[in-house]
Every structure is written in C-alpha cells, then in structure tokens.
Design a protein around this ligand. Structure first.
Ligand code: 3PY
Ligand code: MG
Length: 254
C-alpha cells in the first residue's frame, strides 16, 4: 500500500473521491469507480471513530488509498486514523506554523513528532507487523495541511517549512469565504483563483505536495492543468444528486 506515495513520487496525479456518508455499501459503490483514493470526511461528513475504521478497511480491501479529513484541531483523531491505516490525514484550517507543528506532533513518530506507538491495526491491515509499519509507513503516510483562509495564505511559507508537513490541501470554499468575508462560498471564483495558483506555485517551489478539493470535472481539469498532485472531484451529495438527475431525465412521463 505504498502505492499512494509511489504514484506521487512518480509524478502521477492521484484522483480521489470524497465521502461523508458512512454506509459500507455506499463506500463499496464509490470504490468500484476509477479513483486512486477516497477521502473519508470526519469534519463535515458523518464519519466517526467506528465508521472511519470500517471505511478504511473497506477501501484497503478494494485497493483504494484511504485518506481521512479529521475534525478541527482533533490531534487525537489524527493519530488514531493513522493507527487504523489512513495513508493521509487532512487537517482543516491550518492557519499558522504553530497549528502545523501541533499536527506534525500527532502524525509523526520521534524525532519529528510525538506520535504514540500503536499501529497494530494498520500493520495487520497491510499484512505486516508493527516494526515493519514503522519502517515503511512513517515516511509515506502524508500529513496534509488545509489552506483555506487568508491567514493561512499569509503564513503559507512558514506552514510548509514545518518538517513533517508533506503538503497542503486547498479548500476553495472556505478560502473564498475568508477572502471575500462573505459566508456564501464561491469556489475558484474570480476573487480567489489567483490565490489558488499562488498557493500551488509556492508549495511546488518548496517541494511540497499539493492537493485540492473540486466540485466538478471542470474544476478538476483546471487543477490538473496547474499540476496539482491530488485532486478530489465531487462528493457524496453530488454523486447521488447527479445519479438521481440522470435517472429522472430519461423519463418520458414527467
Ligand atoms: C472547502 O472548500 O473549504 C473545503 O473544506 C473542501 O471540503
Ligand atoms: Mg473547508
């Protein structure tokens, strides 16, 4: 399961789904599609400790890299989802270098961080023992800091300089809210598109991975043109809504 890291190291774009609905049958259906990875969302989705553990196992069984977005500043959850086998932890609203250091402290073993040792479940999920996990996974389980406020952009260089932060994940909705001081998001709108490009450029110059959320194929293609490394497209609500729409649009009696 070093595949996520391998894909990234060989310059491939990782395509990810995004899920907040915890039902295993639903996740299995998502995993049947052409995603390299799926984000299980504990911040705005329904995933909790039990369902995230089951969700990770479901994805690993289908060869999809499990990525988990933890709730705000829940560093205990960061270590726990790694113990369950998450290959990337996504932390929302990392606005300062101090936030980034707290995140790394939970996600990396010494000397970079202070992650407590107990990855038995992750190790058995990947068919290895805990010591092998330590050798093989400490450097390939990613800590992705969400950059989604003006403050985070102002502090971006300091945030990505923190050793143990592997990259950023751009949250275009909150970014637009923060920059426009308007609670109605305008993801990738005119006020923030240059900000997004600047984040990607600065991360690439610093040798850090870039990831971003997108609602649709058009935005995902735009991110691909910027050479963003991990691109998520859509989320469960839109997968379901588009499926319902497509079924209803074929009817000739409504
Ligand atoms: C955002 O766009 O703010 C996100 O957090 C994506 O889920
Ligand atoms: Mg957000």
């Amino acid at each position: 399961m070093r595949r996520l890291k391998q894909l990234l190291d060989t310059g491939n774009t990782v395509l990810s789904g995004w899920c907040g609905i915890t039902d295993p049958r639903y996740l299995e259906t998502i995993a049947e599609h052409d995603f390299d990875a799926v984000v299980l969302d504990m911040q705005h989705g329904f995933f909790d400790e039990t369902s995230v553990q089951n969700g990770i196992a479901t994805l690993v069984a289908r060869g999809k890299a499990p990525l988990v977005r933890i709730p705000l500043a829940r560093w205990d959850a960061a270590s726990r989802v790694m113990d369950f086998g998450a290959l990337a932890v996504i932390a929302p609203m990392i606005n300062t270098a101090d936030d980034a250091r707290a995140f790394v402290s939970a996600t990396r073993f010494v000397p970079l961080g202070e992650r407590s040792f107990g990855p038995r479940h992750a190790a058995s999920l990947y068919g290895i023992d805990s010591n092998e996990y330590l050798q093989q996974f400490d450097d390939c389980s990613l800590a992705l800091a969400m950059i989604e406020t003006r403050e985070a952009c102002n502090n971006l260089d300091e945030i990505i300089k923190v050793e143990g932060i592997d990259g950023v994940l751009i949250g275009p909705g909150d970014l637009s809210i923060s920059f426009r001081q308007n609670p109605v998001p305008d993801a990738y709108g005119v006020d923030t598109i240059d900000v997004v490009k600047d984040i990607v450029t600065r991360c690439k110059q610093a040798g850090k991975k870039t990831a971003a959320f997108s609602f649709n194929a058009e935005a995902a293609n735009m991110l691909n043109a910027l050479a963003v490394d991990i691109i998520s497209v859509g989320l469960d609500a839109t997968y379901i809504a588009d499926g319902v729409k497509s079924h209803l649009s074929g009817l000739n009696f409504r």
